[in-house]
Design a protein around this ligand. Structure first.
Ligand code: NG1
Ligand code: ZN
Length: 531
């Protein structure tokens, strides 16, 4: 039977509901799991084509991250672990929306446009999160791969960043690490142990961290990782999935947006806590102080901590490498000011969505990128990695320079350069706090966040809002930006913007101002202007 006949036959088992239209958004397709079976099958087809085109292994991750348990989603991962290109996002949308009888035509269209050699081998790595729908949906992806004659490897339950890591390892022939879950842990924990080994006299309190696993995949993976950490990090795991519902009243998104602790976590004053999201690519830290007040240390605070650490190491190592930080419009104004004015770090602002930040970060020797919501990582250019490695191996330099170069090397190894990774970021942050002998309170007090508020507004069609200047200004509908500007003028130290979400059918409103009351009030008034 020809490949196309097989596709036709198999696609009948994964039929598309007539008329259903979905869009490949900021994080792939994401919606109620019941609408996704045909999408998964078709993404299996597309990943197979992408693999043939790139002559490399492609990843397909089944997850809806921080969305509710009832939702699911799918995202393609390109050869170096990065997101697929905009052209292929377009193909994804075309394939997803072709009615059943038009599927082959849509498929052949991609093959023709991209001049794909169908005799080429195709390899697809598949991973899934803990949602109840993920098992059958990831099977649908694999059905799509095999229908088109590709090979799939099922990694089963993995975090999103673990699958990115596997794809990168496979395509760099092991240079990035072993493409196994064990290889991932061993790379990370060895770097963590190296980073922390010179820190003496750490008390049990300093080694202790409470982790909110969002009742998801991150919880399972933290458990697996823990055994390797040789008590250098002692984790109390909450929301491990044994009782609660995925992302419900817990997880990084809940904590960041609600600005309050998750349920299910026992918190004592001054203790470090962190929350992962549903696929463990985001992390935020927090604590309550002795007065019971909640303090959030989000992606911006994480970026600041990491940038400070790296800058100090570069100085100690005597290296003149260009370091930059990349943020989005959601970054707290105080963090941008601190990075630019106090730290003298170059800051770039991009549109929301990891691919934009990742891309901008690649322009530096060392690019630290974080979304305020806790998704982020550090990228080192190949040249920077080589310079650091040479220095670490140079017999003619003093101990301080050598120590700094080795720390930079271990930072490269502990961080997941393919994508934001809650586990990798957690290990780096814990190592930095240990090395600097810093408490979470001291970290928090590096700068004070401007009070802020994020709201969602349901509108008939969110696409009527068009933005410019890295989403900081609305260019349509006419008059909206003027309305926002005149509202902002009424508050001190205020800033506000609106943009259509790429993952939910809502418009997001962000406001910050000198007081929480002002930020809340401004966000509310801007929401009314959006209607
Ligand atoms: P949208 O729904 O486009 O705002 C959200 C996050 C993004 C990104 C994606 C993917 C905010 C304000 N937005 O996108 O930063 O993480 O989800 O998960 O946090
Ligand atoms: Zn996520």
């Amino acid at each position: 039977m020809s490949q196309f006949q097989e596709v036709l036959k198999q696609s009948g088992l994964h039929p598309k509901p007539a008329g259903l239209v979905l869009q490949y958004g900021t994080a792939g397709f994401r919606t109620n799991a019941k609408q996704l079976d045909h999408i998964m099958f078709r993404m299996g087809l597309l990943a197979t084509l992408r693999s043939r085109k790139t002559k490399a292994t492609i990843g397909v991750m089944v997850t809806a991250s921080h969305n509710p348990e009832e939702d699911n989603g799918v995202k393609l991962i390109d050869p170096m672990g990065e997101m697929v290109t905009p052209t292929w996002e377009g193909y994804a949308t075309q394939l997803a929306n072709a009615e059943q009888e038009d599927l082959l035509t849509a498929l052949k269209d991609v093959i023709e446009k991209e001049a794909i050699d169908m005799s080429q081998e195709a390899d697809v790595f598949v991973g899934k999160d803990t949602r109840s729908s993920s098992a059958s949906l990831s099977q649908a992806v694999m059905d799509g791969v095999s229908a088109l004659g590709g090979h799939s490897k099922d990694y089963g339950l993995v975090t999103t960043p673990q699958l990115h890591y596997m794809v990168c390892c496979q395509n760099t022939k092991g240079k990035y690490g072993d493409a196994t879950v064990e290889g991932y842990y061993s790379k990370l924990y060895q770097a963590f142990i190296q980073l922390t080994k010179s820190v003496s006299n750490r008390t049990d309190d300093q080694k202790h961290l409470s982790v909110d696993g969002a009742n998801g995949i991150g919880a399972l993976k933290v458990r697996e990782m823990e055994a390797h950490l040789k008590k250098e990090l002692q984790i109390s795991l909450f929301n491990d999935g044994s009782k609660g519902k995925l992302n419900h009243q817990c997880g990084a998104d809940f904590v960041k947006v609600q600005q309050k602790p998750p349920t299910g976590v026992e918190m004592n004053p001054g203790e470090r806590c962190c929350s992962f999201d549903g696929d463990a690519d985001r992390i935020v830290y927090y604590f309550i102080d002795s007065e019971g007040q909640f303090h959030l240390l989000d992606g911006d605070k994480i970026a600041t901590l990491i940038s400070t650490f790296l800058k100090e190491l570069l100085t100690q190592a005597g290296l003149d490498l260009k370091m930059g930080a990349v943020q989005t419009a959601y970054a707290n104004g105080s963090s941008t000011r601190y990075l630019e004015d106090t730290m003298q770090v170059i800051v770039r602002c991009t549109k929301t969505g990891v691919k934009h930040l990742h891309h901008a970060a690649q322009e530096f020797d060392i690019g630290v990128y974080f979304e305020a919501n806790g998704h982020g990582t550090v990228l080192f250019s190949k040249a920077a990695e080589e310079i650091i490695q040479h220095l670490a191996e140079d017999a003619n330099i003093n101990d301080e320079r050598k120590r700094a170069a080795r720390m930079l090397q271990n930072t490269i190894n502990v961080i997941n350069q393919t994508v934001g990774d809650a586990i990798a970021d957690m290990l780096l942050i814990e190592a930095i706090l240990a090395i600097k002998g810093m408490t979470i309170q001291q970290w928090d007090s590096i700068y004070s966040d401007l009070p802020n508020r994020q709201l969602k507004v349901k509108v008939a069609d969110r696409r009527v809002i068009d933005t410019a200047d890295a989403e900081r200004r609305a260019v349509s509908p006419a008059g909206l930006q003027d309305a926002i500007d005149s509202l902002v003028k009424k508050y001190r130290k205020a800033r506000s913007f609106v943009r259509p979400s790429g993952t939910e059918d809502v418009v997001r409103v962000y406001a910050e101002a000198e007081t929480q009351e002002s930020a809340d009030d401004l966000a509310h008034k801007v929401s009314l202007a959006v209607y």
